[in-house]
Ligand binder design. Structure first.
Ligand code: GLA
Length: 371
């Protein structure tokens, strides 16, 4: 790459169809990548200083790409050193890239995203994946390009260094997404299988208007509760528990039943059985609300309204505590159903929902200049 050539890395957000709070317990999940994502337009810097701007945050991030290390993150380059927090995610990602031994080069870059922030649609994972592609591509060596599972793991490591204790689903969905397919992720082996989504199904997404962030939500506490259940049972992950063993522990029970639902959902997709798919979505929501306790009255309301409006079924998607719900509906009726549910939700709650119909999209890639 010559010094002046601009390149564009793009990585999508995701909507998880089923398999919530299973990824950090070695379970299964079934997200789709969506057409919304993060674009990083970049070129190599003249020196070791990366200068990164964003449409979303006024703060310009300036960081010496050569000297960032994990130790430094706790010092001068810590989250506190940046006003907006997005600087600390850049620095954390650089630290992750260096920690995992990837060759990187300093970049001048501009970031643009059309994934709503804090919506549960993985705006952060799509940013980390696209930025990791940019830093490694800029190194311009035959071995520097980062892709596949290692790209997903590095982006996840960046989140962890930044204090966000996420699982691997979002990054894997962003990297491995395919048009017309959901991505069945086995989070124990970090392997994926593409599951075709019938074209007759519309995927409805409605954002409740309640923002959420993983770091300040109860996400970490749920992880701790699941780890405690594993310790009690003497197993390394709840994937290995059976229902009898967790009957009295609602958190663990959710994870065990949700893993089963993922596999039944995949069978219903293969059989093109939309009513079965809808029932499984509704069951998942009930389990997330009653057992795992990550829903809110607003998310419950949205799911009921979507069912009332004619969706096959609906559930909260992502970590919960706000953010979005996902529903499946006949493709012809999907927009009307989404409009109706959003209108009634607004009337009832006075919150401003964002709603759209989406479809499974392709995963992270470099865009040709005209794209
Ligand atoms: C967030 C995390 C994921 C996953 C979901 C819950 O999106 O980033 O890793 O744990 O919550 O399923």
């Amino acid at each position: 790459m010559t010094q002046q050539t601009w390149r564009t890395a793009w990585a999508p957000g995701r909507v998880n169809l089923i398999g919530e709070h299973t990824d950090y317990q070695d379970g299964w999940c079934l997200p789709i990548a969506i057409g919304r994502g993060t674009t990083v337009k970049f070129r190599p810097s003249q020196d070791a200083i990366s200068v990164i701007t964003s449409d979303r945050f006024h703060e310009v991030v300036r960081v010496n790409t050569d000297t960032v290390s994990r130790a430094q993150i706790r010092g001068a380059d810590s989250a506190a050193a940046y006003e907006t927090g997005w600087g600390s995610s850049v620095v954390s990602l650089i630290a992750a890239l260096r920690e995992r031994g990837h060759e990187i080069a300093a970049i001048e870059a501009h970031v643009h995203s059309d994934v709503p922030l804090g919506s549960g649609l993985s705006s952060s994972a799509s940013f980390m994946v696209a930025l990791a592609m940019a830093f490694t591509d800029a190194a311009d060596s035959p071995t520097s390009q980062l892709h596949g599972v290692e790209l997903a793991h590095t982006a996840q490591r960046g989140e962890h260094i930044n204090g966000v204790p996420c699982g691997i689903m979002d990054q894997m969905a962003s990297v491995f997404g395919q048009e017309h397919n959901a991505v069945l992720i086995d989070c124990r082996s970090a392997t994926t299988q593409l599951i075709p989504v019938p074209d007759s199904l519309g995927v409805v997404v409605i954002h409740s208007g309640l923002p959420r962030t993983l770091a300040d939500s109860q996400y970490a506490q749920r992880r701790i509760a699941c780890a405690a259940a594993c310790e009690r049972l003497g197993i390394s992950a709840l994937r290995d528990a059976n229902l009898d063993e967790v009957a009295d522990d609602p958190f663990a029970r959710h994870v065990v039943t949700e893993n089963r639902r993922v596999l039944t959902f995949v069978a219903a997709l293969r059989a093109n059985d939309p009513s079965a798919l809808g029932s499984i979505l509704n069951e998942s929501h009930r389990s997330l609300a009653d057992d795992f306790m990550v829903s809110t009255p607003e998310l419950d309301t949205l799911c009921s309204l979507l069912n009332d409006a004619g969706a096959y079924g609906a559930r909260l998607t992502g970590a919960g505590f706000g953010g979005c719900v996902v529903a499946l509906a006949d493709i012809e009726g999907a927009q009307v159903i989404a409009d109706e549910a959003a209108r009634r939700y607004q009337q009832l709650t006075k919150l401003q929902p964002l709603h759209f119909i989406t479809a499974a999209a392709a995963g992270a890639r470099f865009l040709a200049n005209r794209e």
